[in-house]
Design a protein around this ligand. Structure first.
Ligand SMILES: Cc1cc2nc3c(=O)[nH]c(=O)nc-3n(C[C@H](O)[C@H](O)[C@H](O)COP(=O)(O)OP(=O)(O)OC[C@H]3O[C@@H](n4cnc5c(N)ncnc54)[C@H](O)[C@@H]3O)c2cc1C
Length: 222
């Protein structure tokens, strides 16, 4: 199915990430962590569908997306940043591999945190966040999206790593097995992983070496 939805709000979350709010079609359903194919309803863009994750919850009245803009791609995200309230988007049905399968560790790189935003927001609303951890990797502090929400939801269970900035408040470098072990990642519980493919490959290899069975890894590349 295809649905046309009208943009009701567009704002920057940080220097290169935008937050879109749009109408939700009647009866539209998804589970927290799922995505949809989205296109801009303008000439030359209707067939350029790109996957984006809902950062709103199924029971919310509107659909929300949180989107990292890549001006160098000369692609859809660059155009999304230029949209105005009242413009129309085209979305398909919801799909995606990530859904909550119980208390565990979430590992995200950059905009790969979006499915976990939805899942953690959902758990927070239900009062079921206890025991979950988020390992969140970014290049610099200014890239960390929804930092205040994440700190409020997770408190000491939020572990931020910066790869390109040495900052006193955060781990510096890449997420690796020594770091995950020292922060008590439990391989006996589900591990949720989403980020750019090179990060996913490196972290996956570390997780398997730590003894995580493939069946307990819930993953999607962004
Ligand atoms: C299931 C899923 C869910 C996702 N959810 C989100 C989300 O919630 N938020 C989010 O921000 N992202 C999300 N993504 C990632 C998102 O889909 C991509 O960032 C988006 O498709 C990029 O679209 P684009 O048209 O701007 O660029 P692209 O489609 O990547 O590129 C357009 C063109 O630019 C060129 N190009 C590609 N890479 C480069 C490069 N490195 N340098 C220069 N030129 C290049 C190519 O010629 C390409 O045809 C998700 C991805 C998946 C698979």
């Amino acid at each position: 199915m295809e649905y046309k939805i009208q943009l009701k709000k567009i704002e920057h979350v940080n220097h290169n990430v935008i937050h879109l709010v749009a109408d939700k079609p009647d009866g539209y359903s998804f589970t927290p962590g799922q995505a949809t194919e989205l296109a801009i309803d303008k000439d030359n863009y209707r067939d350029k569908k790109r996957p984006f994750t809902f950062t709103s919850l199924p029971e919310d009245k509107e659909l929300e997306f949180t989107i990292k803009v890549y001006p160098s791609h000369n692609g859809v995200t660059e155009q999304l940043e230029k949209l105005e309230v009242g413009d129309t988007l085209i979305i398909g049905d919801a799909w995606g591999a990530i859904n909550y399968k119980g208390t565990g560790s979430f590992i995200a790189g950059g905009a790969g945190v979006t499915p976990f935003i939805a899942i953690l927001k959902d758990l927070n609303r239900k009062g079921q966040l206890e025991g979950n951890k988020l390992f969140f990797s970014n290049k610099e502090e200014r890239d960390i999206i929804y930092k205040n929400n994440l700190e409020e939801w997770l408190d000491k269970d939020l572990h931020v790593t910066l790869s390109d900035e040495n900052h006193k408040d955060y781990n510096h470098g890449y997420i690796n097995s020594a770091y995950l072990k020292s922060h008590n990642l439990e391989v006996s519980k589900p591990v949720y992983l989403c980020g750019p493919p090179p990060m996913m490959e490196a972290v996956k290899s570390d997780l398997y070496k730590m003894g995580l069975p493939k069946s307990r890894l819930i993953e999607e590349a962004e």
